[in-house]
Design a protein around this ligand. Structure first.
Ligand SMILES: *[C@@H]1O[C@H](CO)[C@@H](O)[C@H](O)[C@H]1NC(C)=O
Ligand SMILES: *[C@@H]1O[C@H](CO)[C@@H](O)[C@H](O)[C@H]1NC(C)=O
Ligand SMILES: *[C@@H]1O[C@H](CO)[C@@H](O)[C@H](O)[C@H]1NC(C)=O
Ligand SMILES: *[C@@H]1O[C@H](CO)[C@@H](O)[C@H](O)[C@H]1NC(C)=O
Length: 601
């Protein structure tokens, strides 16, 4: 389970307290002759300079959770082994000591929770025979291989992402056994195994979990990849196309809302949006980031996200196979690597080394520039795409029209009074506070690029703006494109404040804390005006603090070295599930080894 804010307990307490106060006050009024505000209640409360805001609670809770997390740091190899065994229920894999020293030499913060994603992704493979995994891995096209500590790739053409990943793996391959790693070269994620099957696999994995007695441990990797002369039986993943939603929801829990949701087919009607506060939110704001990102829990995303409306390409398998990629939906079964875009030094994705002006010199606005991607948008469907929705919601003309005559084609405004928004015109202050525009409308068919017959009336095409220049603005919203947004790591390290909405999982999810290192946003964006109003009205210091703490944390746990440490750990574990002796393979400390040698005389 990935980390998510645990605030329900506290809320329950607050709710109880509120209920008790309510009952007491009802009793009080019932006994009073006349209804008046009793002085003892109304006047003694300390007068705060600023009313309490729900986002204050969320920030406080995130601070607390971050402190708890930091307490878990391992400072020695023995600490790391203990943390590993407690959390994973096995011995660490062979090479764990080399891994730990690599992390130490690279000043990496070692907290076992940071690697939860590795186990989430790999555990189901314990239910598949090791030789089957090796054979699949040696048979799927597009792959990176490690042999004798060197890497190589198999591809049909020059592919920049593949080159970057090979470079990433090459930087640690001297420490790895032989491996084959099939790589997803598409933008979209591609494996969804039925939830029931994965559940069975996870149960099977749990049964293999135990601490093998030192005397029985196999300490060296054996066969972890197919040999050249070995005949690989052709593995057929049975890639299938077709609408993605139906393929994706088989990965959801049988009782989840998505499993029984009837997919929309007519996207020309108004999208499934309303202005009630999102479920399980804290007065409208994101309280559980894992929940917010989960389409299984939010079936209306079927009609609100390009991934489900119409992705550019669909080629999906229901079979569990080792396929590595940079991002995936929560219901996908790929094995996550840090995205190649995060490994590149190309300023187009990384934003370069320039972090923009100092906070107080940055323009006090939201800036967003990007293409109208997210999938293949058409005249009957564009109003369902996330980037279109966001750009419209930042457009003062569109907001003014919505304020005058109700609905716009692709968004709905909060009611006055919701989100503590000021009464009067949203259009005016959002217009003054936001600058969001497309650089290319990417319509289909794309006859007049970058313009678009059906969207020209709604969107102005503006020149693109390098990321380094965007960093001269305080607020950086980040919205999914065809899959995850490759700018995110750059944004996190920029000194400006990222405001993030996504349905995609990434390698770093268990190390980035919402409201501590970035501002989380609902995928409907219904909370964006509240978020803006909070930070633009007297909470500039809070925005600056999250921006700078996010940057500092990014420079602590999202460095290239941290990606190496992650991939090193991931591939030791991957090698173990590929090895026939996997149930006995493990690392034994020198001390245990000596004791063992002694006991054998
Ligand atoms: C690894 O590659 C290097 C350079 O390509 C080569 O010199 C070396 O012999 C290779 N090592 C092995 C063990 O194949
Ligand atoms: C508003 O939409 C949410 C999903 O986003 C849904 O759960 C809720 O029932 C809707 N509320 C109303 C009043 O339609
Ligand atoms: C957060 O949401 C996830 C996914 O729905 C759920 O498993 C988890 O229990 C939730 N956490 C809390 C504290 O409610
Ligand atoms: C804002 O909306 C208006 C009307 O829909 C449109 O004409 C204008 O081009 C939009 N501006 C941007 C930056 O997209």
């Amino acid at each position: 389970m990935l980390t998510a804010p645990r605030i329900n307990g506290r809320f329950t307490q607050l709710l109880l307290l509120a209920a008790v106060l309510l009952i007491l006050s009802i009793l009080f009024y019932a006994n009073a002759d006349a209804i008046h505000i009793p002085e003892s209640v109304s006047l003694k409360a300390p007068v705060k300079s600023r009313p309490h805001h729900p986002i204050d609670d969320l920030i406080e809770e995130a601070d607390r959770q971050q402190e708890d997390l930091l307490q878990k740091e391992s400072h020695t190899l023995a600490d790391a082994v203990r943390a590993y065994e407690d959390r994973r229920g096995r011995r660490p894999p062979p090479g764990f000591d080399v891994w730990y020293h690599f992390a130490q030499d690279n000043n990496a913060l070692v907290i076992e929770d940071f690697f939860d994603r590795v186990y989430h992704d790999l555990n189901p493979f314990w239910a598949i025979p090791a030789h089957t995994i090796r054979q699949q891995a040696g048979d799927i096209f597009h792959r990176i291989s490690v042999r004798n500590g060197n890497t190589s790739q198999l591809s049909d053409q020059q592919r920049p992402w593949l080159d970057l990943w090979e470079n990433m793996i090459g930087s640690i391959s001297q420490h790895l056994p032989d491996l084959d790693m099939p790589i997803n070269v598409m933008d979209e994620s591609r494996v969804v195994v039925p939830w029931e099957t994965i559940d069975e696999y996870m149960t099977a994995e749990e049964k293999t979990r135990h601490i093998v007695p030192a005397s029985e441990v196999v300490r060296k990797f054996g066969k972890t990849s197919v040999s050249k002369d070995e005949k690989v039986p052709a593995f057929d993943p049975q890639w299938e196309g077709g609408p993605y939603w139906d393929r994706a929801v088989i990965g959801c829990h049988p009782n989840s809302p998505a499993r029984s949701y009837k997919a929309e087919v007519d996207y020309s009607v108004f999208p499934p949006l309303n202005n009630s506060y999102p479920e399980k939110s804290h007065e409208g704001y994101v309280a559980n980031w894992t929940y917010v990102k989960q389409p299984c829990e939010h079936p209306q995303l079927q009609g609100l996200h390009g991934t489900f409306v119409e992705p550019i390409s669909i080629s999906n398998s229901k079979k569990l196979m080792p396929l590595f990629g940079g991002s995936k939906l929560p219901m996908n079964n790929e094995i996550l690597l840090p995205p190649a875009m995060y490994w590149t030094t190309d300023p187009f994705y990384s934003g370069g080394d320039d972090h923009g002006h100092e906070w107080h010199k940055k323009t006090n606005k939201i800036i967003w520039r990007g293409a109208a991607s997210g999938g293949r948008n058409k005249d009957t469907t564009w109003a369902r795409f996330q980037r279109h929705r966001f750009v419209s919601m930042m457009n003062s003309t569109s907001i003014a029209r919505a304020e005058e005559n109700g609905k716009q084609p692709n968004f709905e405004l909060p009611e006055p009074g919701q989100y503590d928004l000021p009464s009067g015109s949203l259009a005016k202050w959002v217009g003054e506070s936001a600058d969001a525009a497309f650089v290319h409308l990417l319509c289909f068919p794309d006859t007049r690029p970058p313009f678009c017959d059906y969207d020209d009336a709604f969107y102005e095409v503006k020149p693109s703006m390098p990321m380094g220049e965007q960093y001269n603005y305080k607020y950086l919203p980040d919205i999914d494109g065809n899959s995850f947004s490759g700018r995110y790591r750059g944004f996190l390290g920029s000194t400006s404040l990222p405001i993030k909405a996504t349905i995609y999982d990434e390698w770093h999810d268990s190390r980035m804390m919402p409201w501590k290192h970035f501002v989380p946003m609902d995928n409907t964006f219904v909370d964006i005006y509240g978020i803006m109003h909070y930070f633009f009205n007297g909470r500039d210091a809070a925005a600056k603090r999250i921006a700078l703490e996010g940057k500092k944390w990014t420079e602590t746990v999202l460095r290239r070295e941290d990606m190496q440490v992650y991939v090193f750990r991931l591939l030791l574990e991957y090698a173990r599930v590929c090895d026939d002796e996997r149930e006995k393979l493990g690392w034994v400390s020198e001390m245990e080894g000596i004791l063992l040698a002694d006991s054998h005389g």
